[in-house]
Design a binder for this molecule. Sequence first.
Ligand code: NAD
Ligand code: 89V
Length: 346
Amino acid sequence: MSRIRGALIGCGFFARNQLHAWQGIEGVEIVAICDRDETRLAETGDAFGIARRYTDAGRMFDEGGFDFVDIATTVPSHRPLVEMAARAGDGAGVHVICQKPFAENMADARAMIAAVEATGKTLMVHENFRWQSAVRAAIEALRGGAIGTPFFGRVSFRSGYDVFSGQPYLAEGARFIIEDLGIHILDISRALFGDVARITATTTRINPEIRGEDVATMLLAHEGGVTSVVDCSYATRRTPETFPETLLEIDGTGGTLRLDAGYRLTIQAAGGEEIRDVAPPVLPWAERPWHNIQESVALIQQHFVDCLRAGCAPETSGDDNLKTFALVEAAYLSAAEGRTVALAEL
Ligand code: NAD
Ligand code: 89V
């Protein structure tokens, strides 16, 4: 596969990061964009020099001429758009990237995975936090055995940053922090410690101006024996404000790993200590403090292209991400019913 052509649906708040990142990936061209909102469509097309523009995704798929679709809309449209992508080209389908949260419920997620699977095309969920370079450095150190076998982990995201001005829909849903942000942090825990057998969660809402929960504390029993705490808050006001950093505390049989505020990675093992600055680069189109997330967008999209070229499944394939999505559903169930939930229940 030499030149890869893509189309993007959803020209909103986050899509511009994806479009900038595509511009930096060799051999890829975004040939068409779609948004129901004509103003956003025109602004995005002009900003990125994309001439083929659609307000109707069905029409875009009918006219075709691209190998993959990058779905950057919010969750209610994910299932219809993924199924449209699978029906494209008289059922031949196109490769699909879909933003998180992948689906509204487990049944939809399973149907979407099955639809793409039937075409033999690649499906990747845009679950980018595990691709943040600081998080990646920790994942690689752990997988490389730097602290022996892990037995405890804390994966923590606590902030008071105003995410609602850029993404007003976050204040409106019955669900907020686990579905939007916790999903990333749960996925990092899975990337570090493997799949999860049971979860116990509590949630609360501190900010009276939003509908959903803005604090969640989750205890995960991983199948391999690790216990991890995944804690998320958008009600934590302190300096320094660490948005959007995920902090890590991991204890292993041979040492400890900490990823502290300011992207400082400390590994203590075998009587020694290594401290590394793992701060992400600020890409030319990026801006602080989002540069951390923005770099991970470029990295996950490069990974998708590498997988297409190599003919292998992306790390966050539909099947893989179903396990992260199940953790979200299980966490809400646990918090609602005040009990530990086995993932096998879902
Ligand atoms: P947004 O509301 O700003 O943009 C979504 C756009 O999609 C809108 O312009 C809307 O008109 C368009 N749209 C919706 N349904 C459509 C349809 N059927 N056909 C054509 N256009 C349609 O949302 P956003 O903040 O950009 O978020 C989009 C997605 O990205 C969400 O799922 C969100 O959770 C996710 N997100 C991910 C990250 C990350 O780091 N991975 C960060 C922010 C947002
Ligand atoms: O990454 C995200 O999904 C964003 C934010 C960092 C604000 O939670 O919605």
